[in-house]
Write a protein that binds this ligand. Structure first.
Ligand SMILES: [Zn+2]
Length: 306
């Protein structure tokens, strides 16, 4: 906050009080110009609730320190159940292409969560070694793996959120999705839960009885910070509160602390909703005109405005 009193006191005895006063008035005028923007941001951010839905990428059947994969899976599903949240599971085929993997997806499917496409091999579409033709084969291979589930949903999320490093690759992928009646599995809140999970796993790998409270705090603080950042940016871009879609992973840290994360969202003026509701937001119908394409839809739209 600007300290006007202090400004007057230090200038009171100078010979140039008139000049100083003029400067202050000019300064005030400049600041007053921003008041409508500040009021808008204050009222939209403080008085209306922010909204978030949950999606989980890369389900897998690897055991981790503390939990076997079935326990990890059960904990995530039980937390979603308890909070009455329907989520979307973005399946990457090579991680679940066996009996256990099929069981894992079935459990999500039976709980009415959406089963969506996250490619078969999880390749980096911005690589010059990964052509559109290869991308298409990979996309369809994974579609075949999940299309038999009753809650199969035609959403595609690009691995690493990379949607094409050239105009041709980007538009070819968009045309492919359109041809198969797919929509992009956009993310509005992109975070690094995977990295905090790695730190946690490394610590537990060295000492299975290590204190892990610090990772819970890091996880919650980080996700909330990213959520608030993207919420402010989205409000600036659209002039309204959008329904956010958060990207998390099917990992140990989600299994341990998802319930705490949901509680933290609620305690910080966020409302949690089902991912199928969030997808209805018109922001997810956009196709930002940027190359290279990808990242959070909010980030991509902000970049396309420049
Ligand atoms: Zn992934």
């Amino acid at each position: 906050m600007y300290n006007f009193r202090f400004h007057f006191i230090i200038n009171f005895n100078s010979d140039n009080i008139i000049t100083t006063s003029k400067l202050i008035i000019t300064d005030l005028r400049k600041r007053l110009k921003f008041i409508p923007v500040l009021i808008f941001l204050y009222t939209t951010n403080i008085y209306s609730q922010s909204i978030v839905a949950f999606t989980f990428d890369d389900p897998n059947t690897k055991n981790t320190p503390l939990l076997r994969w079935q326990e990890r899976n059960n904990l995530i599903l039980e937390t979603l159940d308890k909070n009455q949240l329907q989520a979307t599971l973005f399946v990457c085929g090579h991680r679940v292409n066996d009996k256990n993997g099929h069981q894992l997806i079935s459990e999500w499917n039976n709980k009415k969560h959406a089963i969506a496409n996250h490619s078969f091999d999880h390749r980096y579409y911005h690589s010059n070694k990964f052509s559109y033709e290869d991308f298409k084969k990979d996309f369809l291979k994974n579609d075949s793996l999940i299309s038999g589930f009753t809650n199969y949903t035609k959403l595609f999320r690009f691995p690493y959120l990379k949607e094409g490093n050239t105009l041709d690759k980007r538009d070819s992928a968009r045309a492919l999705m359109k041809h198969y009646f797919y929509k992009p599995g956009y993310v509005s809140i992109d975070a690094s839960d995977w990295y905090i999970d790695k730190l946690l796993m490394d610590t537990l790998g060295e000492n299975p009885s290590a204190e892990i409270k610090v990772y819970k705090k890091l996880y919650i603080d980080h996700i909330l910070e990213r959520a608030n950042f993207y919420d402010s940016l989205a409000t600036l871009l659209t002039g309204r509160k959008i329904k956010h879609i958060l990207l998390l992973h099917h990992n140990l840290i989600s299994a341990l602390f998802l319930n705490d994360l949901i509680r933290a969202f609620k305690n910080n003026n966020w409302n949690t909703i089902s991912s199928s509701d969030a997808r209805e937001d018109t922001i997810y119908n956009e196709f930002p005109n940027i190359v290279p394409a990808g990242e959070s839809i909010i980030w991509a739209l902000a970049k396309s405005c420049r």
